[in-house]
Each structure stands twice: as structure tokens, then as C-alpha cells.
Ligand binder design. Structure first.
Ligand SMILES: *[C@@H]1O[C@H](CO)[C@@H](O)[C@H](O)[C@H]1NC(C)=O
Ligand SMILES: *[C@@H]1O[C@H](CO)[C@@H](O)[C@H](O)[C@H]1NC(C)=O
Length: 217
């Protein structure tokens, strides 16, 4: 009985502090301004963020935990920043995420650290064609484009192209299907182990995952 009450309370607390957010790119560069984020599979439980033109998928913002996550088919992945890369990972949150008065995402209190970059040496090399969403506190590569992320309402954002909530849901399902098929067609991550050693930070999240797993032992 008591256990049941605890469950009920924690469920209520979760609902009270979690809200859907839809992240869009704001940049003076018109090529990327208004882009949404897609997250592509780059390793087990690890997706990297890339810029795209589809309506943004809903992510969940927890203002108590100061974290953003996605729960899909029972898998919870957190907005993670590590060695330049950003993505949704099972590793867990590692920066404080908040929004300022203008709905701009702040990472550890600043909106000045996000960039769109190509050729980031991500494990599956999507960044040869797509802009990856990268995080640099200082010394961003000069060819990267500075940007900020804004929480645009799904249906009526000034930053966002308009799109209905149901369209967004469909897109989320399609995105997952796409990234699953990428899993089966993309070369095994181990193919790039050699490259990762030569060209840090390839596979940075994978290294992080290994470190996190080791810390749990
Ligand atoms: C954010 O701040 C925490 C605490 O100081 C630090 O451990 C973490 O590495 C920071 N994250 C980023 C992405 O700067
Ligand atoms: C929000 O936007 C207004 C108007 O552009 C600006 O004056 C204000 O400084 C912004 N607030 C923050 C927290 O950036």
C-alpha cells in the first residue's frame, strides 16, 4: 500500500516538471536558420544530433533535473555533450540544461557554445554530408557556423516552420525507422576503431560509455 503511494507520488512529480520541447536552430546563416535536429544512430544507445529540415520531434524537458530526454519504445536517451559532440545517449545527462526568457537553450548557463560543423569524424561519417550539432566552450573550428537552439512551439513558433502535432508524431516514428535501418546498413562501429585512434574525437561517446561502464564496476 505504502509502495503504491510512493509510485503515485513520483509519477505525479514527473508529470509536473516535464514538458515537450521542440528545438530549432537560430543562426544568422540562412542555410541553417530554422533547421530542426535529427538524431542519427552512431553506436549502441547513442545518437548524434544533426541539422535537418523535417519538423522537430518532441523531446522532453525536465526543469527539476535540468535535463532533456527522449523516451521511445522504453529506451530513455538524454541530451548529452561530450568532447565536441552532442546527441541523445543512454549514458546520462552531463550538463545543466535550462532555457532563458526567450526560450533559448542554455548549456551550463550559456548559449554561446553550439555550432554546425561538417566533417566531424563521427563514427558513421554522416557529417560528410550533414551538419553535425557540435559543442565547443572555446576554440571552435573556424569553418563551423555558430548557432543557438530555441524551443519553438510545435504548432506556432516564430523560429519554426509551422507543422501540426500529428505531423510531428509521424515524423518521430519515421525518424526512428530510418535510424534503425541505418543501424543495419551502416558499417560496424569497430570498422572505425583505427580511425578513432588516429583522429580523435571519433567515437568519443563510445569512449565515454566505456568510461561510464568502468566507473560502475
Ligand atoms: C557542465 O558543468 C558540470 C559541472 O561543473 C561539468 O561537470 C560538465 O562537464 C559541464 N558540461 C559541459 C558540457 O561543459
Ligand atoms: C530576449 O529578447 C529581448 C528582445 O529581443 C531582449 O531585449 C532580451 O535581452 C532577451 N533576453 C535574454 C535573456 O536574452
Amino acid at each position: 500500500m505504502l509502495f503504491k503511494n510512493v509510485l503515485a507520488i513520483s509519477a505525479t512529480a514527473t508529470i509536473a516538471t516535464a514538458e515537450d520541447v521542440y528545438l530549432y536552430v537560430k543562426s544568422s546563416n540562412s542555410e541553417i536558420n530554422g533547421n530542426s535536429l535529427s538524431s542519427l544512430h552512431e553506436g549502441a544507445g547513442i545518437n548524434y544530433f544533426f541539422l535537418g529540415s523535417a519538423p522537430a520531434s518532441a523531446l522532453t524537458y525536465d526543469s527539476d533535473m535540468k535535463t532533456i530526454y527522449s523516451s521511445y519504445s522504453g529506451l530513455t536517451q538524454y541530451f548529452t555533450v561530450y568532447e565536441g559532440f552532442t546527441g541523445l545517449t543512454v549514458i546520462g545527462p552531463n550538463a545543466e540544461l535550462t532555457f532563458d526568457d526567450n526560450n533559448t537553450l542554455l548549456i551550463n548557463g550559456t548559449s554561446d557554445s553550439l555550432y554546425a560543423c561538417k566533417n566531424t569524424n563521427d563514427p558513421y561519417r554522416y557529417s560528410e554530408k550533414e551538419y553535425g550539432l557540435m559543442h565547443y566552450s572555446a576554440d571552435a573550428p573556424s569553418e563551423c557556423i555558430p548557432l543557438s537552439l530555441v524551443n519553438g512551439d510545435a504548432a506556432s513558433s516564430s523560429a519554426a516552420p509551422s507543422g501540426s502535432a500529428s505531423a510531428t508524431t509521424t515524423t518521430a516514428a519515421e525518424t526512428t525507422t530510418v535510424s534503425t535501418s541505418c543501424t543495419s546498413t551502416a558499417p560496424a562501429a569497430s570498422t572505425y576503431t583505427g580511425a578513432a585512434n588516429q583522429n580523435a574525437p571519433a567515437g568519443a561517446f563510445a569512449a565515454f560509455a566505456a568510461a561510464a561502464a568502468a566507473a560502475l564496476l
